[in-house]
Design a protein around this ligand. Sequence first.
Ligand code: CA
Length: 231
Amino acid sequence: MTKGGPKVLVIEDEPSQLELLSYNLDVEGYDVYKAETGEEGLLILHEVEIDLILLDWMLPQTSGLEICRQIKRGKFTKSIPIIMLTARGEEDDKVRGLDTGANDYIVKPYSIKELLARVRAGLRNSKGGLGVNMLTYEQITMDLTRHVVSIGDKVIHLGPLEFKLLRILIEAPARVFSRDQLLERVWSNSLEVETRTVDVHIGRLRKQLNAVANAEYIRTVRGFGYSLDKA
Ligand code: CA
């Protein structure tokens, strides 16, 4: 299911690493595409307009280095930022990676927090990061590329679920979403999650918006659901 966030392609042959990265990127609101080989990654690049690539250095078959070269030679792919994932002790390789056009590299084992910061920076510096991915309603602005929410000139820091909720609401202001619809779109119908959870996270989102805005933005429709609708 696409969420309309920046599209990130992860090319990594270790399944556990691939899953960990994908999970964390997904939680941050990115649309994640997964490939276990460079060849698979190139196929995805033919079909999807990817915004950023995380590319493992050591891949079976064609190496990450060669894949990087190929991407940077492609007319339609050369401007996509690439972050190389390298193992420790590949100092020379890092330099070679940057020579081949990789925009950044991160050394394994990396912290997810650092990796996500690099991804944000990569998107910000790329052509796609020039503020084209903005959603607004009244005073609220969501910059999807930079993953920043602000009210007027004040930035608010939302948790990943609150971010997803706000994003759904802001895409259709005044439309009322049922709890089940929100559950389906934010939690993908995860069986362990109850509709009450939606209320909890809407509550948090409302609290954070109200702390900054001098207006009530989220309307409760009793027994049904919620909408973004300035009172
Ligand atoms: Ca590998």
